[in-house]
Design a protein around this ligand. Structure first.
Ligand SMILES: Nc1ncnc2c1ncn2[C@@H]1O[C@H](COP(=O)(O)OP(=O)(O)OP(=O)(O)O)[C@@H](O)[C@H]1O
Ligand SMILES: [Mg+2]
Length: 226
């Protein structure tokens, strides 16, 4: 599979006052373009660590990450910065929206950083796709939790990333809003034909995805799925 995401043998330890703690001990994961992979697992099992390494926000001790055939972990300096900004979309548990910017301005922001023009038209299209046209001039404080997460998802997609990584995107939402957000990510993957990886504690949500995994003892085990 040249296209999509391939993670092989990822190993990661952290230093702690009581010695080295092994968090990942050989994680392997393949997600094709258009597929969504759900990852569940206990708190502290290494789910965020895995997403952060795939997204180049953290480093691995061993293993490889390839996106559409490109070796991600060997990127350095300005190429790494550009890759992170244009190839990867992140959605975090707490939306990370800037409170002093409107929904529309928040969505447009990464397009400025990537020097890809103002991105206003694309931002308006994304807000419309996510059912937020009427909220475009609202500040995050005036949006519901689900609406904020949808703005965060729109922002993650503004630079047309080749991979979308979501860490507990529905962590603070009720069941209805979670299901709505989950389905949105499914359609995002299908429409753009990109791999989407979603970490969630929500087992109902995990059932929606193409494939799901459980993080256990530093490895990903098959968790079922469609
Ligand atoms: N920067 C760091 N330095 C030291 N230890 C870390 C660091 N980041 C994570 N850890 C440790 O690695 C382990 C895995 O953390 P991680 O955040 O990946 O878990 P998680 O599965 O995402 O948990 P949760 O479901 O609570 O978000 C934890 O024991 C944590 O304390
Ligand atoms: Mg986490």
């Amino acid at each position: 599979m040249a296209n999509g995401l391939q993670v092989r043998g990822l190993v990661k330890s952290y230093d702690s006052p009581s010695g080295k703690v092994k968090v990942l001990s050989g994680v392997t994961l393949e997600v094709a373009g258009g597929e969504t992979a759900g990852i569940t697992g206990p708190s502290g099992s290494g789910k965020s660590t895995l997403l952060n390494i795939i997204g180049t926000l953290d480093t691995a001790d061993a293993g490889s990450v390839q996106l559409n055939g490109q070796d991600v972990l060997s990127l350095k300096g300005s190429r790494l910065y550009e890759f992170r900004n244009t190839s990867i979309g992140f959605v975090f548990q707490d939306h990370h929206l800037l409170p002093q910017l409107t929904a529309l301005e928040n969505v447009m922001l990464p397009s400025f950083l990537a020097a890809a023009g103002s991105g206003r038209e694309r931002a308006l299209e994304l807000l419309s796709e996510f059912g937020l046209s009427k909220r475009k001039d609202f500040f995050p404080s005036s949006l519901s939790g689900g609406e904020r997460q949808r703005v965060a998802a729109a922002r993650a997609l503004i630079n047309s990333p080749k991979l979308l990584l979501c860490d507990e995107p529905t962590g603070n939402l009720d069941e209805t809003a979670s299901a709505k957000t989950g389905k949105l990510f499914l359609s995002v993957a299908k429409k753009r034909k990109i791999p989407v990886v979603i970490v969630t504690h929500n087992l109902e949500l995990a059932k929606l995805f193409s494939v799901s995994y459980i993080m256990h003892d530093g490895k990903l085990l098959p968790g079922g799925g469609k």
